[in-house]
Design a protein around this ligand. Structure first.
Ligand SMILES: [Zn+2]
Length: 241
């Protein structure tokens, strides 16, 4: 393999290694996003549960009020026969009428409260089912991500061996530069240039630099002005005329 070909080959392997490392690096964040999604759903379920508990509390309170009022009404009725004066009797009849209308009003409020409670229970059940289905789905996504991570990590080791073999074929001066850039970047030291961009960081390169790379006229290796990686022209790209 001639020197430029080794560089091109090395750039291709570096690009693969770079992608694998990016994939590995993005995984914790993606897992974190899944976890946040699940927490959000759990919070929604808790909210619907709180609404249900509140509506149930209101319902029970109205039931107790109604029960008390009905007992009062019964006591009023039992006092009726013992009264002797007309005035006292009429006063009791008015009191019983007031009690009846309050009982009526309470009964309607109770019916409405029961309605609200039934609706809140249905919403809570729907939310519970949604959380269960979403949890299953998220678990599947997480398993997929974890298996992607495992194969990316296995790929890195194999890819690294491939790259080490190519580094050995570089001439000493080029190899020294390559290793220096690699130490600085940690992932890939060399990038292919096609479409006027650095193949790794995607920064646009100045026309003069592109011309030198394309023509192979540069006396020394050139580096990306943005990320500092060594640049080589991608022979697979048609140069624009
Ligand atoms: Zn770059």
């Amino acid at each position: 393999m001639s020197a430029p070909n080794v560089l091109v080959e090395l750039a291709r392997e570096d690009a693969k290694l770079y992608q694998l490392r990016q994939q590995i690096a993005s995984l914790p964040r993606r897992l974190q996003e899944l976890e946040e999604k699940r927490t959000g759903l759990e919070r929604q379920l808790q909210e619907t549960e709180a609404v249900f508990r509140r509506t149930e509390g209101e319902r029970r309170k109205l039931e107790m009020e109604l029960q008390e009022l009905r007992q009062k009404r019964a006591r009023s009725e039992s006092r009726q026969s013992a009264l002797t004066s007309t005035e006292a009797y009429q006063a009791l009849v008015r009191e019983m009428q007031q009690q009846d209308s309050r009982i009526d009003a309470l009964e309607s409020s109770l019916l409405e409260a029961m309605d609200r409670s039934t609706q809140a229970a249905a919403r809570r059940e729907a939310e519970k089912a949604r959380l269960e289905a979403e949890t299953l789905r998220l678990d599947g996504v997480r398993r997929q991500l974890e298996s992607d991570l495992a194969s990316a990590q296995a790929g890195v080791a194999a890819q690294q061996r491939l790259r080490d073999g190519l580094i050995g074929a570089l001439e000493p001066k080029t190899r020294a530069l390559y290793e220096r850039v690699l130490r600085a970047k940690g992932d890939a030291a060399i990038a292919l240039v096609g479409e006027r961009k650095c193949g790794i960081c995607a920064a646009l390169q100045p026309p003069q630099l592109l011309q030198e790379l394309r023509g192979g006229s540069a006396a020394n290796l050139r580096t990306c002005q943005s990320c500092g990686r060594i640049l080589v022209w991608d022979p697979g790209v048609q140069s624009p005329s």
